[in-house]
Design a protein around this ligand. Sequence first.
Ligand code: GLU
Length: 444
Amino acid sequence: MSEELNPFKIAQQQLDNVAKLLDLKKGVHEYLRHTQRELTVNFPVKMDNGDIKIFTGYRIQYNNVRGPCKGGIRYHPDVTLDEVRALAAWMTWKSAVVGIPYGGAKGGVVCNPKEMSQNELERLTRRFTSEISIIIGPEKDIPAPDVYTNAQTMAWIMDTYSMIKGYSVPGVVTGKPISIGGSLGRNEATARGCMFVIREALKHLDYKVIPPEVWRKECEDDGSSICDGDEGTGYRIDGAKVAIQGFGNAGSIAAKLLSGKGAKVIAVSDTRGGILNKDGLDIEKVIEHKAKTGSVIGFEGTELLGHKQVLEVECDVLVPAALENQITNDNVDNVKAKIVAEAANGPTTPEADQILSDKKIMVLPDILANAGGVTVSYFEWVQGLQSFFWSERDVNVRLKEIMVKAFENVLEMSKRHGVDNRTGAYIVAVKRVADAIMHRGIFP
Ligand code: GLU
C-alpha cells in the first residue's frame, strides 16, 4: 500500500494515535476529528492586462473551544481544501501546546504569487478578505502570514476589513507592519521559537553548550552584547552543524539566529535547489545573494544540492522549513541528523515519523517547534487590545519563557508515556482542548 500523503488524513491519524492513550470519550474524539466551519469562496480578480480571473480560496475554522480561531493564510498553487483543514487542525494543537488562549484556523488561496504583480496580489487579497469578512474578526478568527504572504498582505486585509466596518480594526490580523499596530519581534518569532527549542534539545542530548556566564563575559569583553533578551541567560551552541530546507521567513531567519548562537549552518535550500559548505555558510551573505539573484544556489564556495537532498546532509540539527510531506518513506533512511526541528507544518509523514523514532532521532514536532509565530501573534493581539506596546526585548523574553516551558512539558509527557515527542506534544495539546470541551459542555 502506498504511503498516506493526504495532510488531513495524516492530521486525523495523529489525533487517533493519542485518543487511546488519553482514553478520550468516543464522542469527544469524533468531535475533534472534524473541522467546525468551512468556507470556500470563488472570486473574481481583475488582472493587470484587463482580464478577469476566478480564484478559489478557503478559510477553515477547526475549533474555538479554547478561544478565538487563529492561523495564517497561504498563497500557493498547490493549496487544497484538505491541506487547509490539516493546517487548521495543527493550529488548534499548536495554540494548546504552548498554552495560549486560541483555537485553530487556516486559510489559503490557490494562486501563484511568483507570477503575479504587487497590484494583482493587492486586488486578490482585498477581494478574498471581503469574501471571508463574514467569519473573521478580532474576537472570532484572526489571520496571520503563512507561506508566500507577509506583513504587507496583512496590512491589506486589515485595511479592507476596516473599510467594511467603517472604523480601524487592527486586531483582525497579526503579523502586521509595526506602523499599524504590529509587534516588534513578530517577523522573527517562528524562527526564534524554533531556535529556543533546538537549543533546549541540544542541551538535553548533552551537546557541549556554552553556559550564559561564559558567554556574557565574552560579550562584555568584546563589547558585542546583543539585546535580544537572551544575554545572561541563554546558552550558545557553538559548532552544532545545521541543515535547513526552505529559505523563506522561517528558514532564512532560523539560519541567521542559529548562526548568531554559534551554530554552523552548513546547508540551506530553496525551491530552486540547495547549497552545501561543510565549513559553514556566511548566512548574511547568503541572504544578500538570494535577494540579488532570487535563489541561494550559485553562492560562492558551495556545492550544489537538490532541494530535497538537503534533508540527507550529515548534521546535528535538520530544520525542514518548507512544505508538507518532505521526509517520507522514500528518503527517511537517509536522514542523518540527531535532531529534526520542524519549522514547517507537517514536513514528516507518519510512516517516516515512526522510522525516525526507531532510529532514535529526536523530532521536535511542528506544533511545538514552529509555535513561536503564533505565540508572538498572541502578544501582538494582546498589545493591540491594550494599546500598550512592549519592547523587542520583552517580546523575546516572554517568547523564550513560553517555548522552554512547552518543550519541558512535551518532554516530560513523552517520558511519562514512553512515546516519541510528537505523541507527547499531542497528549499535552489534545488533553487541554478536551478538558476545555468537558468544562464547557456541548451546546445546547
Ligand atoms: N502561519 C503561522 C503558523 O503556521 C502563524 C500563525 C499565526 O500567527 O496565527 O503557525
